[in-house]
Write a protein that binds this ligand. Sequence first.
Ligand code: UGA
Length: 440
Amino acid sequence: MPDREPIGVIGAGWVGLVTAACFAELGHEVHCRDIVPEKVEALRRGDVPIFEPGLADLVERNRERLHFTTDMGEVMSGAELLFCCVDTPPTYSGDADLSRIESVVRELGESHDHAIVMKSTVPVGTGRSIRRRRETGYVANPEFLQEGSAVHDFMHPDRVVVGSWDDSDEFGDRVVALYEALEAPIVRTDVASAEMIKLASNAFLATKISFINEIANVSEELGADVTEVARGMGLDERIGTQFLRAGIGYGGSCFPKDVSALKQLAGNSGYHFQLLTAVIEVNELQKRRTIGKLQKHLGSLVGKEIALLGVAFKPNTDDVREATSLVLAARLQSEGAHVRVYDPKAAGRARELLGSAQVTASALDALTGADAAVLVTEWPEFRELDWAGEVKERMAQPIVVDGRNFLDAELLTAAGFRVEGIGRSSERLSGSQERVARTS
Ligand code: UGA
């Protein structure tokens, strides 16, 4: 076997491409297969079809080691460890759709020389069910990458989880060896536990977000500021500062899907996972509370012009899957509002999902003539806008709902905006306006 083992990657989506490019960067030959010929053609030319910071550079730098193909046979003759990175979207029942994984297993057939290294997020028990068809050659290796920082996360993981049938599994050892260069803690465990680590981690992070969102809602009633509360809580090492940012709900292709998949999985096994039911409900309500905040200032929304700043489910990505913006745009339109949206990267992708909402070329275009603005995604450029000057002049009414507590609320309030944040009572903001007025 060569020094650096060649690897195969099945599925050139977001996880697959990051995995392929990062292993190539670590010196491995990578054979990456996707079933969409146009995508493969584009990748061969060096065009990366998704926006992920650093990814295009990595692909460019490692073009010699990255081989893209539509042919599974080509991948199988080039590598024995095949990272399965196909997507597992939710079905109507909330279960994960495993049909793409099933076809990979079928294509692999009886081969004992190859192992499926499962990176796709799968229900606990998937490995066991595949084992009925493949005795050996299965390793669970869930990914914990965050969109927007995936390349960094791959190279500097908090931990690498490798699940195999037994501790001496040869394929498991080979997967561990691939990650040795990263010097991260390796959690070597059984397949079902590895599968559960992934789902439980995402469910826990989503729970943290829904928890802080409820604290935010109560803080609004009781006059506390959730940002201060989260800061004070987070410094307790047992709690930690991360994932305590209150906002208008979590989105993306992972949390909504994985939380409902775990809840469903528990339900299928006869266990009612009460906590996750609440996490999901809080997240849905959080999105809708924004509408109430607009109505508080505008009354009926019929005919009102509402600007949504940000479409992507979070900054630094063009991913709009399960994005809060889509729910808001639909709700606002059903209330009779006219919606304009702007996003520096993601608006194009979302056009079809935004109904009759108008997609503008700049944030200022969206804000011109708007009765209110809602900050949905915390793209840095939204903070750079001249809120007190040009924006104030251009908006029809100076009303801002800051769904991510991202803007300088004191500055906006001092400039005459009515600002609704998350988890900050308006009383506190008008208090700070008085403070600004007294000191100026
Ligand atoms: C998430 C996990 O963080 C990754 O570890 C995991 O690998 C990935 O899912 C996956 O399963 O593939 P990602 O979906 O890229 O990563 O996004 P996050 O950064 O986790 O954010 C998810 C959502 O939570 C976003 O809508 C974000 O705005 C929201 N969020 C995050 C908050 O509302 N508050 C926070 O404090 C943090």
